[in-house]
Design a protein around this ligand. Structure first.
Ligand code: NAP
Ligand code: ZN
Length: 430
């Protein structure tokens, strides 16, 4: 038996919800939420609810979400241009392969009708030469008169300077509408662009007594309360968890989870993604079985681009070559005090690979180590209404260390199951 849950929830709060929540959670979803991180918003004179400004900004966020899994390592950005009479004359969202930013795609649509118009956008327009020229220049040249944006760009290269440039050119700029939703949408980008490591979500599916698996008794065994197949949570929660995988650049487990459950760790939403979900396994001495489903399903595009990546701390060359011959990437990293790949070295390496978001779906050992070493930004715990008892596998091993506070908590319901999400750290902090 096993628990191989997945998940993360989207939202639950008023305003706009992210795709995962909208798609899978019933309308009765609960909102908890304590006010969380205070963000420095440049200018906050925002609109009363249901104003035209809010509607257009909401539309920009809806567009931005259409870039999920298509945009990383860039931020999700959607834009709408409205002419002086209130007509929408352009709307678009950015994708990485499309190269052009949402502002430019929208200006292209609007043409001359952009002159004197208002741009609605969820993120500050960029103001430096990147893969594309500064969007601020294009907006100024097009005669945009007003910009309504949700938030400053967390990229230190922009971070307020884009707004300054627009204001300097006489454009009216209002910042702060639908701020919380906009921040959540680009939380992975924020962490990555400031620290060059992925935003880490620790996801787990557990029972009410915080057990993540049934005791191992050799043969697969039916356990009262756990459906055949071994899932802890039900279908709706697992579908939401798939959505979390879809929104992530990479997924990570320890080799213990592979040995116990033989999971595939794939994104099975069927939705398009720019890069395959990178499946990462921590495996100090390459215990990973060659006949495991993950090895068998490795997409073999050569050692540098495969979708299965093992981090080890010491490698038997023979086993390493056998794995590589099956399309699996094997990389050795500096060891921690227990001779295992150091978790922060893992995150730095994933950052180098432009992985902006990492979903951990591991067992007790990795859960404890990652929580205890401050590697986790966000937790997403799915709970099934089952009590498994003391013989079952606990959520976290011994090494977790001191208690951790979780902020900005929200609760989502999935049939009889529910999920709690919350933050261990503000991804926008410096
Ligand atoms: N319900 C759920 O959400 C869920 C999800 C996953 C797993 N599970 C359950 O969890 C159980 C497996 O637990 P587990 O603790 O064995 O799995 P795990 O935490 O995924 O894997 C642990 C193993 O990872 C390896 N590892 C390599 N580098 C590490 C590092 N830096 N830090 C920590 N570990 C590192 C270690 O083996 P080496 O020392 O050999 O490298 C370690 O024994 C199973 O019962 C499974 O069903 C439940
Ligand atoms: Zn731009």
């Amino acid at each position: 038996m096993r628990g191989d849950p997945k998940g993360r929830s989207g939202a639950g709060v008023a305003e706009i919800e992210d795709d995962s929540f909208r798609a899978f959670s019933p309308p009765t979803a609960i909102i908890a939420a304590s006010p969380c991180f205070r963000l420095s918003v440049v200018d906050f004179h925002f609109m009363s609810s249901q104003s035209a400004d809010e509607q257009f900004l909401r539309r920009a966020l809806v567009l931005a979400r259409q870039g999920i899994a298509l945009t990383s390592p860039n931020p999700h950005v959607g834009a709408v241009i409205v002419d002086s009479k209130g007509n929408v004359v352009g709307e678009a969202f950015h994708t990485y392969e499309g190269v052009k930013h949402a502002e430019i795609l929208t200006l292209d649509q609007a043409g001359q009708r952009a002159r004197g118009g208002t741009l609605y956008i969820n993120l500050e327009p960029h103001c430096y030469q990147s893969r594309t020229p500064p969007c601020t220049d294009a907006l100024i040249a097009a005669g945009i008169k007003r910009v309504v944006a949700s938030m400053p760009d967390p990229n230190p290269k922009v971070s307020g300077r884009g707004f300054e440039q627009l204001r300097g050119a006489g454009i009216s700029v209002e910042v702060g509408g639908l701020h919380a939703e906009a921040r959540r949408l680009n939380e992975a980008f924020a962490r990555y662009i400031r620290h060059r490591v992925p935003f880490v979500t620790l996801k787990s599916a557990m029972t009410l007594d915080a057990k993540i698996g049934v005791p191992r008794t050799g043969e697969l065994q039916r356990t009262p309360g756990i459906p055949t197949g071994g899932w802890i949570t039900g279908e709706a929660a697992r579908a939401n968890a798939q959505q979390q995988r879809h929104q992530s650049d990479a997924i990570l487990v320890g080799v213990g989870t592979i040995l116990a459950d033989d999971p595939l760790l794939t994104d099975r939403t069927g939705k398009p993604r720019r890069r395959p979900l990178l499946r990462v396994i921590l495996d100090s001495r390459l215990r990973l079985p060659l006949d495991s489903r993950i090895v068998q399903s490795a997409v073999n595009e050569g050692a540098a681009t495969g979708d299965v990546l093992i981090f080890c701390s010491s490698a038997d060359e023979g086993k390493k070559h056998e794995l590589q011959a099956r399309g699996v990437r094997v990389e050795q990293l500096p060891a921690d005090s227990q001779d295992r790949p150091d978790i922060h070295a893992v995150l730095r390496r994933l950052g180098e690979l432009e992985i902006t978001s990492l979903l951990i779906e591991a067992g007790s050992t990795v859960n404890a180590i990652t929580l205890g070493s401050a590697a986790v930004d966000k937790v997403l715990f799915y709970y099934a209404p089952i009590i498994l008892g003391s013989d079952a596998v606990p959520f976290s091993g011994d090494a977790q260390g001191s208690p951790l506070g979780v902020t900005d908590t929200r609760i989502h319901r999935f049939g009889n199951d529910f999920a709690v999400e919350g933050y261990l750290r503000d991804p926008y902090e410096s």
